[in-house]
Design a protein around this ligand. Structure first.
Ligand code: DX5
Ligand code: ZN
Length: 223
């Protein structure tokens, strides 16, 4: 799948779940076409969000959106089939919970969808080097996972640049997604530091006019 990089990826974790359809449609109307679904199990992260059923409803109301499921859960292998059936076109799992990361990546790809690996701010980039040739995306967590509305961890800029260098020297083809704390103030700098996919939850869904905010963020990306 070709994307017009850099891409803004609204995270529905920050949406109004009593009006999820209208919030998502407002984001799409503003020009978003990649939706980030934050799945949290209360074990890997200290929060519980939603499951495959919400992703399924989402893919029904937004059939043209690219749906990316970020699994912040233990034992992700047990849930990959469910999130594929629900309509995920990309599934990211956390390095920190995968005893057999290569096998998990292969399992995702065996469904014909894209595979991502997410790493927490305290995880070295070098831990995932063995799978960089197999994956479609690295999710660089720029907050500690579990909640929206947190502040961007400034060290993420250096990690982003280091990951871009690793990609270039290794001639890898993976996308780089930055996830957490992206907003109107830092989005341009994050993109310039090498992010291809920029997740934004509260920056999008806390706005009075979601469509206008998506448009505003995308303007900054094309600046
Ligand atoms: C955090 C999630 C992020 C978060 C983004 O664990 O992975 O996707 O929801 O929300 P903001 O943009 O508000 O930091
Ligand atoms: Zn996320």
């Amino acid at each position: 799948m070709n994307f017009n990089l850099p891409v803004l990826a609204p995270s529905i974790l920050a949406a109004d779940f009593t009006n999820l359809e209208s919030d998502v449609k407002a984001a799409l109307k503003g020009g978003a076409n990649w939706i980030h679904c934050d799945i949290m199990d209360g074990h890997f992260v200290p929060n519980i969000s939603f499951g495959p059923n919400v992703v399924k409803q989402l893919s029904k109301v937004a059939p043209d959106a690219f749906i990316d499921s970020h699994l912040m859960i233990e034992n992700p292998d047990q849930y990959i089939d469910l999130f594929v059936e629900a309509g995920s076109e990309l599934i990211s799992v956390h390095y920190e919970v995968c005893n057999h990361l290569h096998r998990t990546v292969q399992k995702i790809k065996s469904h014909g969808i894209m595979a991502g690996v997410a790493i927490n701010p305290a995880t070295s980039l070098h831990n995932i080097e063995p799978v960089l040739g197999d994956i479609d995306m690295v999710v660089l967590m720029s907050v500690n996972p579990g909640f929206g509305g947190q502040s961007f961890i400034e060290d993420s800029y250096d990690r982003l640049r280091e990951l871009s260098d690793i990609r270039e020297s290794g001639e890898y083809g993976f996308l780089i997604q930055v996830d957490g704390g992206v907003n109107l103030k830092n989005i341009t700098k994050v993109a310039k530091a090498g992010a291809d996919i920029l997740v934004a939850g509260s920056a999008v869904f806390s706005a009075k006019d979601i469509s206008a905010r998506v448009n505003e963020l995308q303007e900054k990306l094309s600046a």
